[in-house]
Ligand binder design. Structure first.
Ligand code: F6P
Length: 540
């Protein structure tokens, strides 16, 4: 039995400290310290993190950093960057940092430097994306490519879709980008309806090349293309694959020269830096993609070298843990006040919950504390007119990250001032609230008073950056990746496996033949599932 971090002296000290701090309102913490903003904000890698609106003091931070020391975080950071097999249940390294290792220093897996392979694939991506963008790569009938359709799911969809959306301002003017992920034929069907087969390029993205949803969509896309162009030779000009599984790509009937490789030491949710980023590269060009990698590399260097009290991922990870384990916060919200980042919360959902949604230690012992909060969020002002009511007057403690761009991608009079004033107003109001006395004064009456009081004390981080460039986006994503690592290490769990996705896949594989068979059903699952199956079959 490994020793759980919850049994350490520092955990007990944090509990005691929480008892002292919990009754103190954030307002009081600000009133007590005129330097609170300077003390609890950090600038690094083009980001300003203001974490002063959190329910913490210098003592809290000292204890949390002590916890990170007890969890041997620094050693784990060294192991991560060195290419050790930190993913112990799959005996794999987790080397997304090698994919954006712009220093090109050698990084070894099983005694082999991975950098030459990484660089070779980047060079192949440059060559291919240039030829599509320049119009040199032609479809089967000789026309230039105009639509790029990525078919993938999970990490082979969410990351590239989010980045492609976020960097729309950098797209090639001739190209349109689409992402097909859902196995429901409505998704691919609606997109195919919009496409011209002569000018469409499909990128089939799957680490394993066994994923049911992706293979079904890929088959349907291939059939559509052959039906429309009347020749299966057309496939070679309209399909490329991104995968670690060369044999499976060939088995699927694709030419391996049209394949972009990556490696088993790249986790699906960390793969957008690899060839899985191909749809991004085709849209924004390789030079911009390299700026994106540069941004992540800068953050990597910061994470590796900055002291814990100035280290962005360490601070954000520890503050998140403080709320999850000591304030009982079950959720963590992310609100980008930057419309380009509208898909960012969805990407973070996979990145964080697939990594940290675990209940046993790395050695398989049951934990006695909670781990990953539920991640949710939506772009800035939209949320204000939907669910912020709960944040302001509900009963939950909801730590939230506000991501704020000083400049937007478009300069339209008045808009950015509205965005910025709303972002700042929300974090202020969430922190301060409005007391009954202030409410009475503001309303000049007692009418509906309890309904119009705001408790405040809701914790927020504010992350400010100049403008969402490829570089800043790379930095932001890497920041959250390393925040996940910090929390995984402190909680003693393996953030790089995802066994929890397996059971549903297995059951679906037994339900599929049952759904397709003409025979009367035998009870094989549970009474509810069998009842539902029977009902659906009777109504098809
Ligand atoms: O089922 C979950 C998962 O394995 C994710 O971890 C992964 O990103 C996704 O499916 C897609 O997998 P693949 O890239 O192998 O198709």
């Amino acid at each position: 039995m490994s020793t759980l971090i919850s049994h350490s002296a520092v955990w007990a000290a944090l509990k005691t400290h929480h008892t002292y701090l919990a009754p103190i309102h954030l307002r009081e913490l600000f009133a007590l310290d005129s330097q609170r903003f300077e003390r609890f904000s950090v600038k690094a890698c083009g980001l300003l993190l203001d974490y002063s609106k959190n329910r913490l003091t210098a003592d809290t931070l000292a204890l949390l950093q002590q916890l990170a020391v007890e969890a041997r975080l620094q050693d784990w950071i060294v192991r991560l960057f060195r290419g050790d097999k930190v993913n112990n249940t799959e005996q794999r390294a987790a080397l997304h940092v090698a994919l954006r290792n712009r220093s090109n220093r050698p990084i070894f897996v099983d005694g082999k430097d991975v950098m030459p392979d990484v660089n070779a694939v980047l060079a192949k991506m440059r060559q291919f994306s240039n030829s599509v963008r320049d119009g040199e790569w032609r479809g089967y009938t000789g026309k230039k490519i105009e639509s790029v359709v990525n078919i993938g799911i999970g990490g082979s969809d969410l990351g590239p879709a989010m980045v492609t959306r976020a960097l729309k301002a950098y797209h090639h003017p001739r190209l349109r980008s689409y992402f097909v992920s859902n196995v429901d034929s409505t998704h691919i069907g609606e997109i195919l309806d919009e496409l011209d087969p002569e000018t469409t390029l499909f990128i089939i993205a799957s680490k394993t090349f066994t994923t049911q949803e992706t293979l079904l969509n890929a088959r349907s896309a291939r059939q559509w293309l052959i039906d429309k162009l009347g020749d299966d030779k057309a496939v070679a000009k309209h399909f490329v694959a991104v995968s670690t599984a060369r044999e499976k790509v060939i088995e699927f009937g694709m030419d391996p020269t049209n394949m972009f490789e990556f490696w088993d030491w790249v986790g699906g949710r960390y793969s957008l830096w690899s060839a899985i980023g191909l749809p991004i590269v085709v849209m924004i060009g390789m030079d911009h993609f390299e700026e994106f990698l540069d941004g992540a590399h800068q953050l990597d260097q910061h994470f590796e070298t900055a002291p814990f009290d100035k280290n962005l991922p360490v601070l954000m990870g520890l503050i998140g843990l403080w709320y999850s384990n000591f304030f009982g916060a079950n959720t963590q919200a992310v609100f980008p006040y930057d419309y380009s980042l509208s898909l960012f919360p969805a990407h973070l959902q996979q990145l964080i919950m697939e990594s940290l949604g675990k209940r046993v230690t790395r050695d398989g012992d049951r934990l006695d504390y909670s781990t990953c909060p539920i991640i949710w969020g939506a772009p800035g002002n939209n949320g204000q007119h939907a669910f912020y009511q709960l944040l302001h007057q509900g009963t939950h403690c909801v730590p939230a990250d506000f991501l704020v761009a000083i400049e937007s991608q478009y300069q339209l009079a008045g808009h950015q001032d509205a965005v910025l004033s709303n972002a700042l107003a929300q974090t202020h109001a969430l922190m301060m609230g409005r007391t009954p006395e202030e409410t009475k004064q503001a309303l000049a009456s007692n009418e509906s008073l309890p309904h119009r009081v705001f408790p405040g004390n809701q914790p927020t981080n504010t992350l400010v950056y100049q403008k969402l460039t490829p570089q800043i986006l790379g930095t932001l994503i890497a920041l959250y990746e390393h925040k996940v690592f910090v929390q995984g290490i402190c909680w003693g769990i393996n953030p790089f496996d995802q066994w929890g996705v397996e059971l549903g896949k297995q059951v679906a594989s037994t339900l599929l033949p049952a759904l397709q068979s003409k025979d009367a059903e035998t009870v094989e699952h549970d009474l509810s599932t069998d009842g539902l199956l029977k009902y659906i079959k009777a109504h098809r």
